[in-house]
Design a protein around this ligand. Structure first.
Ligand code: DC
Length: 224
């Protein structure tokens, strides 16, 4: 059985960058499942489909060829073979990804693909429904969060560094809107699995978060 570690949490909890560092420390792969929903959302937008149109989105999902591959240990996300890893990080794609991921047929397809990937290799998998659906029986589950204000502040600072001047209030508003959507959808909404360990990073440095999660994994699996 491959080593599978689940990390869930709300927008901007740092799941992706923390998971990257934890995976590197453990010398396993990191699967960012949000990137798969984002790639589908990009295709939906490219086809001019309304992300709220369930039938059209599900039809698009059946046709869309979304895949991941690893280059030097880093995930690349492919849409019909095109590397879209950079193109899926816009605000427009984020909002559309949250919307398209609410449709049950989309989730069923993505969950199957993610479970197939998880069965192939030792992996740390981050998303919203990993501990509650994709890896229901994972021996290690983490729920990584921080206050909405702190998550928005971190995102705002990151965006400023990239020259994106979106005001803090707007960043906070969009983050809260996406969390509300991800937590209130009918199918597999974001929630902490009963057997997940809560890591609240509000007052922690990234290094402390990484060390905490590595310690939780080593406790479960023994020192790597
Ligand atoms: O983690 P992220 O922000 O890149 O995810 C983008 C959207 O995809 C998120 O708003 C909700 C959805 N998502 C999901 O429903 N289930 C997952 N396992 C991962 C992401």
């Amino acid at each position: 059985m491959p080593m599978n570690i689940a990390i869930d949490g709300p927008v901007g909890a740092g799941k992706s960058s923390i998971a990257d560092q934890v995976a590197a420390r453990l010398r396993i792969l990191h699967l960012d499942t949000g990137a798969m929903y984002r790639a589908l959302a990009l295709q939906v937008l490219r086809e001019g489909i309304d992300p709220g149109d369930e039938a059209a989105v599900c039809d698009c999902c059946e046709r869309a060829d979304v895949a991941v591959r690893y280059e030097d240990g880093a995930q690349r996300t492919l849409l019909f073979g095109e590397d879209v890893s950079g193109l899926i990080r816009t605000g427009e794609v984020s909002a559309a990804a949250s919307r398209v991921s609410s449709w049950p047929a989309v989730r069923a397809r993505m969950v199957r693909a993610q479970q197939a990937l998880a069965a192939q290799a030792d992996m740390l998998i981050d998303g919203r429904d990993i501990g509650t659906r994709v890896l229901e029986h994972a021996p290690v589950k983490i729920y990584l969060t921080a206050t909405a204000e702190e998550r928005a502040r971190r995102r705002y600072m990151q965006q400023l560094e990239r020259g994106d001047m979106t005001p803090y209030e707007q960043v906070l508003r969009e983050l809260n809107a996406r969390d509300a959507q991800d937590m209130s959808r009918a199918t597999d909404p974001l929630r902490q699995a009963e057997d997940a360990v809560l890591v609240d990073s509000t007052e922690m440095t990234p290094q402390q978060v990484v060390d905490t999660i590595v310690a939780i994994v080593e406790e479960a699996y023994g020192k790597q």
